[in-house]
Design a protein around this ligand. Structure first.
Ligand SMILES: *[C@@H]1O[C@H](CO)[C@@H](O)[C@H](O)[C@H]1NC(C)=O
Ligand SMILES: *[C@@H]1O[C@H](CO)[C@@H](O)[C@H](O)[C@H]1NC(C)=O
Length: 483
């Protein structure tokens, strides 16, 4: 009798004490359970296909009829998207003769064929180099040469930008193809007819036999405050990890995502597109952001999840108020860089939307999620994460622009509540692959002998503060750094 009573009391009291010690205990636990579930899912997807296709192919098997991408009133199901990407893959393989290990540059704004092309390149074991659609002339040539791409796929509306540098491209031995336009021109061949005629049956996995999750999937260009863009190498493993973000933020299979951020950026591609494929949801894809169309689109398509960057939320708050401000089904906003005042204003005006602020650099190896929804915080520490991928906030001398070291030459961790430089330990689980063709910049992001002799950390360049409850706050950014 007493034994049962004590067990029952224990069942009630232990969580109570844990709760009193940490008011976020249950939310932390809930998040940890979700993280473990996502981790298990990740293993399963890697088995299905050891690339970022894993999550997508799993969903194609599961619900081929479900809408995957809706673009300008045309809807493409998961099955159709798979078939369309097979067509593109066949033409790239047989006609353009790209093969496993090649890098292919994609120069286009947001449109469905962008997605099919990236899927196709992964099916061939190629690396997609995602060029910013705003770059021109010298920048364009620089980005092409630093990823070593010999094939450039261009959208019809960007032909002029390519024609401008055609002589230099020919000299570099770069072949140019346009995906969805019939009229070819000097040096530019159209693939659209061939794609329409190609079979939509899967290409042989033999074509990507040597591709593993450690293989490069993408180059994403990060623009520093100075100089030309740098190509950050993104492996399939990193993409798969980033695609778990939606699951971690509690996106459900019946959600509908509004995606207007450029696919050539990490927030659009990693979190938006890969997150959607990972959770198997429908994506309402838009060419670009429009303040006037934003809420109309959300209403029209029953959007439930939006992805943001800080400025976008500010633009939305700056529009004139209308009676229909709260007339929508958006329940969650995922992204980064929203300021505390904008956050408060946004939810006050547009209704009870759960804001899930995330932090992470494109090329970085440490990130946070504010899964609690605490206004102003960019993340919440979690014991599980700290154990799996260690990081530290270290003392930093803003005058000398370097970390402060003790008498033994080691960096010093700041106490709770104080500002420090975030560094993430580089390990097998949290690698840093660096920048293509830029050893100097790659080395500059590494910090050695941080806490013990011989360790190496990734220097995020961000000064953060972590409070006693584990909430992470952004303070400042140092030197020539970027997200
Ligand atoms: C895979 O790699 C091996 C050894 O590097 C090579 O012999 C083989 O041809 C490669 N296979 C493909 C499909 O590229
Ligand atoms: C949105 O939801 C409403 C009501 O639930 C439904 O009638 C409508 O067909 C939906 N629209 C779309 C595009 O799914």
């Amino acid at each position: 009798m007493w034994v049962i009573f004590s067990i029952l009391a224990g069942l009630v009291l232990v969580p109570l004490f844990l709760y009193l010690g940490n008011p976020y205990f249950f939310k932390d636990l809930d998040y940890a359970v979700r993280a473990i579930r996502c981790g298990v899912g990740l293993q399963r997807k890697q088995k299905r296909c050891p690339s970022f296709l894993g999550g997508f192919l799993e969903k194609v098997d599961l619900h081929p009829q479900k809408a995957f991408v809706v673009f300008e009133d045309t809807s493409y199901s998961y099955g159709q998207a798979d078939g369309l990407s097979n067509r593109v893959a066949r033409v790239l393989s047989t006609h353009v003769q790209v093969k496993e290990g090649d890098t292919v540059a994609v120069f286009s704004g947001n449109e469905p064929v962008y997605i099919w092309t990236c899927l196709a390149l992964a099916k061939l074991g190629c690396t997609a180099s995602l060029l910013n659609s705003n770059i021109r002339s010298k920048s364009l040539l620089h980005c092409l040469s630093c990823c070593g791409a010999k094939v450039l796929l261009v959208a019809p509306d960007l032909r002029a930008a390519v024609e401008e540098v055609m002589p230099a491209l020919l000299q570099q031995g770069v072949r140019v193809f346009v995906l969805s336009d019939d009229c070819a021109s000097e040096g530019i061949e159209s693939l659209s007819e061939k794609i329409q005629q190609a079979s939509d049956q899967p290409v042989s996995p033999q074509l990507r036999a040597n591709t593993t999750i450690k293989s490069p999937a993408l180059y994403i260009y990060t623009s520093g405050t100075t100089g030309l863009p740098k190509a950050a190498l993104v492996t399939h493993e990193r993409l798969l990890q980033a695609s778990m973000m939606y699951g971690l933020c509690n996106v459900r299979a019946d959600d509908v995502l509004y995606l207007y951020l450029p696919l050539y950026h990490a927030s659009g591609f990693f979190m938006g597109l890969c997150g959607a494929m990972d959770t198997g949801i429908t994506v309402i894809l838009r060419r670009k952001f429009s303040t006037s169309q934003f809420w109309n689109d959300c209403r029209k398509h029953n959007v439930t999840v939006i992805q943001y960057i800080g400025e976008i939320m500010r633009y939305l708050c700056n529009t004139p108020k209308t009676p229909s401000d709260r007339d929508h089904k958006v329940r969650m906003a995922i992204g980064n860089g929203i300021r505390a005042d904008t956050w408060a204003e946004f939810v006050q005006r547009f209704g009870d939307i759960h804001i899930c602020e995330c932090y992470g650099a494109t090329e970085g190896n440490v990130g946070f999620i504010n899964y609690i929804g605490k206004v102003g915080a960019i993340g919440k520490e979690n014991f599980l994460q700290r154990m799996m991928t260690p990081y530290a906030l270290i003392k930093y001398d803003t005058e000398k622009e370097e970390p402060i070291r003790d008498s033994h030459g080691f960096c010093i961790e700041v106490p709770k509540g104080q500002t420090g430089l975030l560094v993430g330990k580089i390990s097998g689980r949290a690698p840093f692959r660096g920048y293509a063709n830029n050893k100097q910049q790659t080395e500059r992001k590494k910090l050695k002998d941080v806490l013990v002799k011989g360790d190496v950390y990734f220097n995020t360049g961000d000064l953060l503060k972590i409070d006693q409850h584990g909430f992470v706050y952004f303070q400042d950014r140092i030197g020539d750094t970027f997200r």
